[in-house]
Design a protein around this ligand. Structure first.
Ligand SMILES: Cc1ncc(COP(=O)(O)O)c(C=O)c1O
Length: 490
C-alpha cells in the first residue's frame, strides 16, 4: 500500500474533526455508560493476559484506514474486555465510576490542549486551576497564604510536598545534593508506598523512611512522640512526618489533631496524605475525620478518588505558597515568566512540564453537581460501606475486621489465606462482581471499595451471596490451590 499523501492526511484530519467524526467515539462512551448501568455483560471478562496480548500482537500500522474500521476495532477488540468501573458490582480499587460530565470535559480538555506549564499557553485554564486550588485550600483551612498545583495523583503530590519540606530543612539540597547524614522521613506503618518512594527519589534512601506503629490501623501518636524524641536525642534531622487521612488498606484516618500537636512540639513538617480521605472536607457528616488538617504544612488530595473524577486529577496544597516555590528550585528563563501574582506560570511548582488542563474537568464537575452535591455522593458511598459492614457481621461465614470510616471495608471468609485468595480470584473471574484483596495484620483479606454511587444495598447482598456460593463450590470441589480446602474456621 503506498504511503499516505499529505492532502489525504489533511482531508482525514478535517473529516475526523467534525461532529460526524467525533460522534462514534461519544456513542461508544455513552453506550459503555448505558450498558454498565443496565448491568449488561461481566464486570470484568477476565480473559487470560496471554490471550489479550496475542490480540494486539501485530505490526505497526501503516497507511490511512477508514474511521469506521478503527471505531469498529475499538468496539470489538477493546471495550468488551475493559473492567467496567461504572457497573454497580464493581467494588474494587479506589478508582472511580467517573462523573459523566467530567468525562465529556476530558474531550474538551484534549480538544483545546492548552498546557498548564506556562500561563501564556493556558490563559483561561491557569486561573481556573488557581481558583480550584484556592477553593480546596480554603476547605482545608489553610489560610490566605496557601498555594498548590494539580498533579497526576497522590504519588506526585506527596513527592512535591516532601520536596518542599526538604527545601525548608536543607535549602542547599537542590543545588548541592544531600550532604552529611540524610534526614529521616517518618510515616505510619500503613502509609502508601508513595512516601518511601519519595524518600528513594529524593536521595534520602528508603531505609531512612521510618515506620511508626499503628493502633487500629492508624498511626499511634504516642509512638510517634517517642520516635521523634529518640531521633532528636540521636541528633537526627526530621524531614517530615507523613500522616494518612484515609489509609489505602482500610480507609482509616490518623488522628491529625494529636499528630499535629506532636509535630509542632518537635518542630517537624507535617504532610497529610489525604489522597483518598481529604474529600471528607466536602461532607458535613465526615469532615470531623480530618479535624486538625489545617495544622499541616502540606496536603495531598486526589479528586480522582472520592470526588469521582476520571483519572487523572490529583492536587498538592501547601499552607505557605513560598515553600512550594522552593520545592523545584529551578529557573528556566527560556520558558517561564517572572510576572505579577495573577500572571505567574504554574510550571515552576510542578514536577511536570507539559500538563493537561485537568483543573477544567474538576471545575466543570463542581459547576454541574456543586461541592455539596459531590459531598452527598461521598456520604452515600460511605453509608453503603457501613451497610456492607453490618451485613458481613450478620453472616457467620464471614469475619469483620474493622468498622469502616470511609468507603473501604476489609473482611474475611472464615477460612485460611489461600482459600480467601482463591475465593476472590474465582469470584472476580465469574464476571458477577469484582473486589480486591490486601494484607492486613499479616493475613490475606478481602477488600471492597465502593466507588460507584449507583451501587445499592441489594448489590451488596448479591456480593455476599455470590462469595458464599463460590466458597461452597470450592469446598465441594476441594480445588483450592495451596489451601487445606478447609472452609469454615470455628
Ligand atoms: C493513601 C494513598 N496515598 C497515595 C495514593 C497514590 O495515589 P495516586 O495513585 O493517585 O498516585 C493512594 C492510592 O491509592 C492512596 O490510597
Amino acid at each position: 500500500m503506498p504511503a499516505p499523501t499529505l492532502p489525504d492526511l489533511l482531508a482525514a484530519l478535517a473529516a475526523d474533526a467534525t461532529v460526524e467524526g467525533g460522534a462514534p467515539f461519544l456513542h461508544l462512551a455513552a453506550d459503555h455508560f448505558a450498558r454498565t448501568a443496565a448491568e449488561a455483560g461481566p464486570v470484568s471478562a477476565g480473559r487470560p493476559a496471554r490471550e489479550l496480548a496475542a490480540r494486539f500482537d501485530e505490526p505497526l500500522p501503516q497507511g490511512i484506514r477508514p474511521l469506521g474500521a478503527v471505531v469498529d476495532r475499538l468496539a470489538r477488540d477493546v471495550l468488551p474486555d475493559v473492567n467496567r468501573l461504572s457497573h454497580p458490582m464493581y467494588l474494587g480499587h479506589q478508582v472511580s465510576a467517573p462523573l459523566p460530565v467530567a468525562v465529556w470535559s476530558d474531550l474538551v480538555i484534549s480538544a483545546v490542549n492548552n498546557s498548564q506549564a506556562v500561563r501564556e499557553m493556558s490563559p483561561v485554564t491557569t486561573p481556573i486551576e488557581r481558583r480550584l486550588i484556592a477553593w480546596m485550600a480554603e476547605l482545608a483551612g489553610f489560610g490566605a497564604g496557601a498555594g498548590g498545583t494539580l498533579t497526576s495523583g497522590g504519588t506526585e503530590a506527596t513527592l512535591t510536598a516532601l520536596l518542599a519540606a526538604r527545601a525548608a530543612l536543607r535549602p542547599g539540597a537542590w543545588q548541592d545534593g544531600l550532604t552529611g547524614p540524610p534526614p529521616v522521613l517518618v510515616a505510619g506503618e500503613h502509609a502508601h508506598y508513595a512516601v518511601s518512594r519519595a524518600a528513594g527519589v529524593m536521595g534520602i534512601g528508603a531505609a531512612h523512611c521510618l515506620a511508626v506503629p499503628s493502633r487500629d490501623h492508624r498511626m499511634d501518636p504516642g509512638a510517634l512522640e517517642t520516635m521523634l524524641t529518640g531521633l532528636r536525642r540521636e541528633g537526627r534531622e526530621i524531614l517530615a512526618v507523613v500522616a494518612t487521612a484515609g489509609c489505602t488498606a482500610t480507609g482509616a484516618f490518623d488522628d491529625l489533631e494529636a499528630i499535629a500537636t506532636v509535630c509542632e512540639r518537635a518542630g517537624a513538617w507535617l504532610h497529610v496524605d489525604g489522597a483518598h480521605g481529604a474529600s471528607a472536607l466536602l461532607s458535613d457528616a465526615h469532615r470531623h475525620r480530618v479535624r486538625g488538617i489545617a495544622r499541616a504544612q502540606s496536603l495531598a488530595w486526589d479528586p480522582h478518588k472520592m470526588m469521582l473524577l476520571p483519572l487523572a486529577a490529583g492536587a498538592v496544597l501547601v499552607r505557605d505558597v513560598e515553600a512550594l516555590g522552593r520545592a523545584y528550585a529551578q529557573r528556566a528563563p527560556y520558558l517561564f515568566h517572572e510576572a505579577d501574582e495573577a500572571d505567574t506560570d504554574l510550571g515552576p511548582v510542578s514536577f511536570q512540564c507539559s500538563r493537561r488542563a485537568d483543573a477544567l474537568k474538576v471545575w466543570v464537575a463542581l459547576q454541574r453537581y456543586g461541592a455539596d452535591g459531590i459531598g452527598v455522593l461521598h456520604d452515600h458511598l460511605c453509608a453503603l460501606t457501613s451497610a456492607l459492614h453490618d451485613r458481613v457481621a450478620a453472616r457467620s461465614a464471614f469475619e469483620v475486621l474493622h468498622r469502616p470510616e470511609s468507603n473501604i471495608l476489609c473482611f474475611r471468609y472464615r477460612a485460611d489465606d489461600a482459600f480467601n485468595a482463591s475465593l476472590r480470584a474465582r469470584y472476580n473471574r465469574s464476571g458477577h462482581g469484582w473486589i480486591t484483596a490486601t494484607a492486613l495484620d499479616g493475613r490475606r483479606v478481602l477488600r471492597v471499595t465502593v466507588m460507584n454511587p449507583r451501587t445499592t444495598e441489594a448489590h451488596l447482598d448479591r456480593l455476599l451471596d455470590g462469595l458464599e456460593a463460590e466458597a461452597h463450590r470450592m469446598v465441594a470441589g476441594r480445588d483450592v490451590a495451596g489451601s487445606s480446602g478447609r472452609a469454615l474456621e470455628s
